[in-house]
Design a binder for this molecule. Structure first.
Ligand SMILES: Cc1cc2nc3c(=O)[nH]c(=O)nc-3n(C[C@H](O)[C@H](O)[C@H](O)COP(=O)(O)OP(=O)(O)OC[C@H]3O[C@@H](n4cnc5c(N)ncnc54)[C@H](O)[C@@H]3O)c2cc1C
Length: 443
């Protein structure tokens, strides 16, 4: 039998890797991780963690605006201080994660990894072999293929802005576009959002998305919908974003037109790993078209949301597979998702449109949260939720738009995932008063 350098070798060190690689090595497997950039990947360094620090004063500002009169005085976000705070919170994360990898005896190979054959990866000119390889290379920001695209910036550059520009134009309609438009507007920028189609956040309940857009518009954000951006040009007074019948003067452009899988120049074609524009193709064991090469995290072509919890679930599943603890196919749980706008929109399970298309299977209950006494504590002005039940009156889906939508959906998750009936629900005792206690309040 050939002796390999490692049992498992991962390319990429994000959540698609480290949540599984650390316990796998702790179980005695010989594990290595190849990383060309910061340890921990996108989420801790230039995604979730960075963003939520920057969003914290944005959410607080909204709260203070709602209780204005009870709390008095002007509120403004000092973006430079916010940026400094973000740095304090996240700067230590790569070392922290590296410490976890080191202490479990995971080897870290710094450099760009490429496949040489189905058992070999080349890093910095050196070849390392492994019985199994996991490709977990994530996504990178799309760049519009238009004249002047180099004048636009991506989400990472936005999160590193030391000063918020006076005028920001956001191109895109996904969660990054909507969240960053919210932040820029709250930080005092004049914001224009240009969307290619007519809808934003297409995966979410559209009446709730429209509520978010109205809130943003009431704060002065301009939405220009159904426009194809054709060029970005330098002007006498900053930049101009151009399309048919469109000309927006601006200082800074965020290209939030999507994220593409990191599959280029990895040696996938040479080794026979199949992929398409949505990512690497895998079977229900996360195995690629080459039987000992797996994929994990955002780089996979999948229907589940490309988010951190999905990547963690996949890397943990692979850990159990490589440890010989399961041969089962991956069985995804209900994966919730949220957009950190002001207010937020969050969802889990069966969607409203799916339920409405199958009235024989589902009952849809909509609640206007303005009647809920607990929401009035914070003088919350916008809030609705929709609960979806199956024929046995078990909760199978929920979506909410409110300042605390993520907490409400988290509170409902166990019931959706484990299909709680009346007996289990009676045993769900929440702290009172708290937002979780109100998640079921409407029933
Ligand atoms: C702005 C932004 C905000 C986000 N907010 C949220 C959020 O609020 N909640 C949430 O759940 N998710 C959020 N996400 C998504 C989340 O960050 C990803 O789902 C998660 O990071 C996926 O982990 P991953 O390991 O698959 O990929 P990544 O974390 O992207 O890791 C891939 C790693 O592979 C490395 N790599 C690539 N190619 C090579 C190579 N050839 N050799 C060596 N190394 C290589 C990269 O350097 C990178 O470190 C956000 C993403 C962005 C961009």
């Amino acid at each position: 039998m050939t002796a390999f350098d490692y049992d498992v070798l991962y390319i990429g060190s994000g959540h698609g890797t480290f949540d599984g690689a650390i316990p796998l090595a702790a179980k005695g497997k010989k594990v290595a991780v190849v990383e060309q950039d910061l340890i921990g990947g996108t989420c801790p360094n230039r995604g979730c963690n960075a963003k939520i620090v920057l969003d914290s004063p944005v959410a607080l500002k909204r709260h203070l605006e709602e209780v204005h009169g009870i709390v008095t005085g002007d509120v403004a976000i000092n973006w430079a201080a916010n940026q400094e705070h973000k740095h304090e919170v996240i700067a230590g994360l790569p070392d922290f994660i590296q410490g976890l990898l080191d202490s479990s005896n995971v080897d870290i190979l710094f450099g760009r990894g490429t496949l040489v054959d189905n058992h070999t990866i080349k890093v910095n000119g050196e070849e390392k072999t492994a019985e199994n390889i996991v490709i977990s290379t994530g996504l990178q920001s799309n760049r519009l293929d238009i004249p002047g695209s180099d004048l636009a910036h991506d989400s990472e550059e936005f999160m590193n802005l030391s000063e918020m520009p006076a005028r920001v134009t956001v191109i895109g309609a996904g969660y990054i576009a909507m969240e960053f438009a919210t932040m820029a507007s709250a930080a005092g920028s004049e914001v224009t959002v240009i969307t290619h189609g007519d809808q934003a956040l297409r995966a979410y309940h559209q009446p709730y998305v429209e509520l978010i857009i109205s809130e943003l518009e009431s704060k002065g954000v301009k939405f220009v919908r159904g426009v194809e951006v054709e060029a970005i040009v330098g002007g006498a007074n900053g930049l101009v974003v151009r399309g048919a019948d469109l000309s927006v003067d601006t200082d800074w452009v965020l290209d939030a037109t999507g994220r593409n899988p990191n599959v280029a120049d990895l040696g996938l074609e040479e080794v026979g790993v199949k992929y398409n524009e949505k990512g690497i193709e895998v079977d229900d064991h996360l195995r690629t078209s080459v039987s000992n090469i797996y994929a994990s995290g955002d780089v996979i072509d999948k229907t589940q949301p490309k988010l951190t919890p999905t990547a963690i679930f996949e890397s943990t599943y692979l850990m159990h597979t490589f440890a010989g603890e399961t041969t089962d196919a991956i069985d995804y749980p209900v994966i919730p998702s949220v957009v950190f706008t002001s207010p937020r929109v969050a969802k889990a399970g069966i969607t409203v449109s799916e339920a409405q298309a199958n009235p024989d299977k589902y009952t849809v209950v909509e609640n206007d949260l303005s009647g809920d006494w607990y929401r009035q504590v914070d003088k919350e002005t916008v809030g609705k939720n929709t609960l979806i039940f199956d024929q046995d009156h078990k909760l199978v889906g929920a979506t909410e738009v409110s300042n605390k939508a993520e907490d409400v959906i988290n509170a409902l998750l166990p019931a959706i995932e484990f299909k709680f009936g009346a007996t289990e629900l009676e045993r769900m005792v929440y702290l009172f008063p708290s937002i979780a206690s109100q998640a079921w309040g409407q029933l």
